[in-house]
Design a protein. Structure first.
Length: 449
């Protein structure tokens, strides 16, 4: 079992000795504690030298969490021969009251409605080899960046509204209008916020790893998002609407006058040519066909690498399809699908951060403590991954609950042995910890033969 000091030794270059000592004590407490992860709860498990005031000073300090996350990931979680993706998503935490910094109404996918709370943008490095996401940057939304209700026009009163109807708009383009450059787009405040965070991440990792693709959900299925990502030097992988109007490239003869014709036949999702079929399989009466083609979208500046996944229920004959796309025209269909599926690993990070590391529990209200609480929760996600990776050789089904049980048992055993006149041998302590850790385990450990 790795010692927590060995895992956190790589971040010593980013912290002074006092802050590192506080971080170590808080990390050990969070790995051992039960109940809600608040400053008061942490202080009860830190032991000597970890009073509530000490914990409060740590949360009140401005820390370079990006550097801490990157140092931990680079030292313990990345392989040289791995393929790394950059993934992003928003996470919302519900909060009550009126004074918490950044408090607003955000959409919660869990409750399917707008709720008061805080919203954070998380950017992660996704390992294709290990099939795991490692959060790096956690930035808080502010000024209603994702508050869609704030962008809706306010309803106007109809009391003084005249009965005269407005003249009908003429058909065709307005006189004097010019073609718009779809690459020179005006980014929304939210896209500018994502772009700034993404640029800082690319600068942070530098030349240590070569990230090519940025994976986001269907919210980035539009031209402005593609241009925003391309300006950072990455390719975008995302999803389009199921009814997106896509067109083949026109390959017929031109009249010789004017601009050459650009758009050909419109894609019919119910009758896709078999020449674009890449794979077909049947599993449990569900037929899956995968098509790949290069198509135009009239609102996008460039050609798109389109992958259409069509699923047919052979029993009921119901048909459904999903449209994925990438700005990289050379990316194969199987990698495009695999990379987009790996985006969901970020959701597991959010689950662990809320369930085990206090992302939903913190009760601070000021800007710096809120920022530190959210980033500490994501930092603990990476710490737990670094601790569990070597243990999975003998414990393949190890979970976060098992890890916390091990540390809690270790704390109980050590505190009990301190009452003895003399401390026993280290091998006896390890055997006792392993025996006590079995009391609350979920998965069984495979002992080597």
């Amino acid at each position: 079992m790795l010692d927590i000091m060995i895992v956190l030794g790589c971040v010593s270059q980013c912290l002074d000795a006092t802050t590192l000592r506080r971080l170590t004590r808080i990390t050990e407490a969070m790995l051992s504690m039960t109940g809600r992860v608040t400053m008061l709860g942490i202080s009860r498990w830190t032991g000597p030298g970890g009073s509530y005031r000490t914990v409060q000073r740590f949360f009140g300090s401005r820390l370079n969490w990006c550097g801490l996350q990157w140092a931990l990931i680079r030292c313990h979680l990345l392989d040289h021969d791995d393929v790394i993706l950059v993934g992003g998503d928003d996470v919302m935490t519900t909060k009550s009251g009126k004074t918490t910094y950044g408090l607003d109404r955000f959409f919660s996918s869990i409750y399917s409605k707008m709720l008061p709370g805080l919203c954070f943008l998380c950017l992660s490095l996704i390992s294709v080899k290990r099939r795991t996401s490692y959060p790096v940057m956690m930035e808080q939304h502010h000024d209603g960046l994702t508050n869609k209700s704030a962008e809706r026009p306010k309803p106007t009163s109809t009391k003084n509204k005249s009965s005269k109807k407005k003249p009908a708009k003429k058909r065709g383009r307005p006189k004097g209008s010019r073609n718009q450059n779809r690459r020179a787009v005006e980014l929304s405040p939210y896209l500018l916020f994502v772009q700034d965070t993404l640029k800082r991440l690319v600068k942070l990792i530098g030349h240590k790893i070569k990230a090519i693709y940025f994976v986001f959900d269907g919210a980035f299925g539009h031209n402005n998002a593609v241009q925003m990502v391309r300006q950072t030097g990455l390719h975008l992988i995302s999803k389009l609407r199921h009814d997106s109007a896509l067109y083949f490239r026109y390959e017929g003869p031109n009249s010789g006058r004017g601009k050459p014709r650009k758009y050909g036949k419109k894609l019919n999702y119910e009758d896709i040519p078999e020449t674009y079929l890449k794979d077909c399989s049947i599993e449990k009466d569900i037929e899956t066909k995968i098509y790949q083609m290069t198509l135009w979208h009239k609102k996008f500046a460039d050609l798109l690498n389109i992958v259409v996944i069509v699923k047919t229920n052979l029993t009921t004959q119901k048909v459904g399809h999903v449209v994925l796309f990438s700005s990289d025209l050379e990316l194969s269909y199987d990698l495009l699908i695999d990379y987009y599926q790996l985006r969901f690993q970020i959701e597991f990070n959010f689950r662990d951060a809320k369930q085990h590391w206090g992302l939903e529990d913190f009760m601070v209200v000021n800007e710096t403590p809120v920022y530190n609480s959210a980033n500490l929760a994501m930092f603990m996600v990476n710490v737990s991954q670094a601790l569990m990776h070597p243990m999975r050789r003998d414990w393949p089904e190890l979970s976060v609950n098992d890890l916390k049980t091990w540390f809690r048992s270790r704390k109980y055993v050590i505190e009990t042995l301190k009452l003895l006149p003399e401390m026993p041998e280290p091998i006896f302590i390890e055997q006792t910890i392993s025996k006590v850790a079995q009391l609350g385990r979920i998965n069984h450990r495979v002992d080597p033969i």
